[in-house]
Every structure is written in structure tokens, then in C-alpha cells.
Design a protein around this ligand. Sequence first.
Ligand code: NAP
Length: 283
Amino acid sequence: MRSEIKLLGYPLEHSISPIFQQVALDYCGIEADYVACSVIESGLSNEVQKIRTDRCLGANVTIPYKEKIIPMLDKIDSTASKLGAVNTIVKQEGQLVGYNTDLYGFTKGLMDHGGFNPSGKNALIFGAGGAARAAAFGLVNQKVSNLTIVNRDFERAKSLANELMNHGFTCFAKSLDNENLQHIICKADLIVNSTPIGMDKHSQQGMSILGSNILAKSNYVYDLVYSPAQTQLIEQANEVGARSLGGLPMLIYQGAFAFTMWTSHEAPVELMFEVANKALNTR
Ligand code: NAP
């Protein structure tokens, strides 16, 4: 019988993980199916129990269950615990262990794919949710000089900034309507969008977190939104000649890390990029 790797979330129509993960499994000759399980909250613990069966190799977890799944697992690794979110479940010695590969995906995407080294730089993150937490911890791990978290809900920005300060990092919190925002943006070497603004099928599809004429050539823009590949924010960066990176590398690298943990095979990253790009371009 073929094995299975589950993707748990709700809804899942938007996800391209099943496409590139299945191609990777087939390429490596692994007799397994990557199965999207769109599950409502009341059915989540039952799906988690199914991961315990021999047939299942592990799982990915996506919105809205990255936090809710934690009490259902046997162990949580230190990164997932710090981020308060699990996106990958691996079976180890009969136990379900929760990992978070988003931080790895964020950093690897930025440094290896984007060619940007955060060390000693001024960084600014829009958002204070799960992706922003991965970005913030990823950047402090890479020794940014200082970090500003900008969020619509200022209390959430403050809470994340305080958490990072407690780990000994220089971090500031600002509200999205702060009047000095333009000045802070001017001084930022790196600007990360970890809000859904600009994402396909979102109420603010085609829009940008920034107004026009705010970016400068010296900014590096990292938009974690991966669909569409060319968001309005990336177009704004292109217009002023600023370097930029979309969210696809983060998605692929977080998936590649999970793939290796489930299968002990090196992930065919280039092939995963190829099929993911094709899937996004035909949407
Ligand atoms: P989340 O936990 O729900 O956080 C969303 C964040 O965006 C919050 O800080 C929220 O602010 C802010 N936000 C939402 N709508 C906004 C609006 N209209 N105006 C201003 N701020 C707004 O979501 P998440 O998991 O962090 O994901 C955020 C986005 O990151 C996703 O939509 C996705 O595009 C991207 N992402 C990409 C990858 C990847 O692999 N490339 C992985 C994960 C996520 P409040 O706190 O004020 O509500």
C-alpha cells in the first residue's frame, strides 16, 4: 500500500504544496501520496490520530491550525516552540513531533535565493502574525542591526517587539498609521511584507502595504506573498530600481526542509521551483 503525507488546513484550494511535494515524491521514487485534507476544526484531532498509523509518514499544517495543533502533538522542537506555531509534523520513535520550517524557508530564500545578507542591516517587517514571527526570529538569528515591527494592531507589534527584546535584541514597534513611517522606511535596508495585502483572492488583491513614491533604490523588498509572483509591492520596488524577492523561495525551501525530514531524501529543489512556477503562472 502507498504511504501518505497529509496537508492539514482549511480551506486548501489556494495551496500549491500538493503540486510540488507530489512531484518531489515521484522524482525520488517514494511510493507516497501528498494528500490535501481540508478539515474543519472539530475534525482536526481525528486527522492527527490518523498520522499515527503506519501508512502516514508525516504532515504539513497550514492556516488556521498552526497554533491549534500544538496540544495534539507529543513533542515540539525548540524553533516551533519559540514561534508558537507548527507547520510540519514528523514521526520520530513513535511520537508526533512538531517543527516549524518557515523560519528556515524565510532565511534561506532571502540569503541564498535573494542574495541579501541581513547581518548588520536595518530591517522593517509589516505584520505581526505567524509569518512575521518567523521573519523576525530569522532576522535576529542573522544578526540584523535593528528591527522595526509595523502592524495595524499596535499591541500585537509591541508584544512581538517585547518578546525579541527579552531575547536581547534591539527591536521597535510602530503602528501602521504612525506619521514617521516614511522616515523609517527610508532608513530600512530590508522591508518585509508579512501581511496578506496583495495576495490573489484576498480582499486587498492587487494592492500594496505601501503608498506610491515611498520606496527608494536603497531598499530591498521581500514580499512573502507568493501568488501572484509579481505583487503590486514588487512592482513598486521595480519602479525605483530597488532589489526585490517574492514569497515563492520561502514556500519551496520550507517545503524542501519538511520533505527531507519525512523521507530522509534530499529534496529536488529546482524541480519543485519549476512545477510551482508553472502552477502559479497557469492560475
Ligand atoms: P496571520 O497570522 O493571519 O497574520 C496576518 C498579519 O497581517 C497580521 O499582522 C495582520 O494585522 C496583518 N494584516 C492582515 N490584513 C491586513 C490589512 N488589511 N491591513 C494591514 N495589515 C493586515 O497570517 P500569516 O500566517 O502571518 O500570513 C501572512 C501572509 O504571509 C500570508 O497571507 C501569505 O501571503 C504570507 N505567507 C507566505 C509564506 C511563504 O512561504 N511564502 C508562508 C506563510 C505566510 P493585525 O494583527 O492588525 O490583524
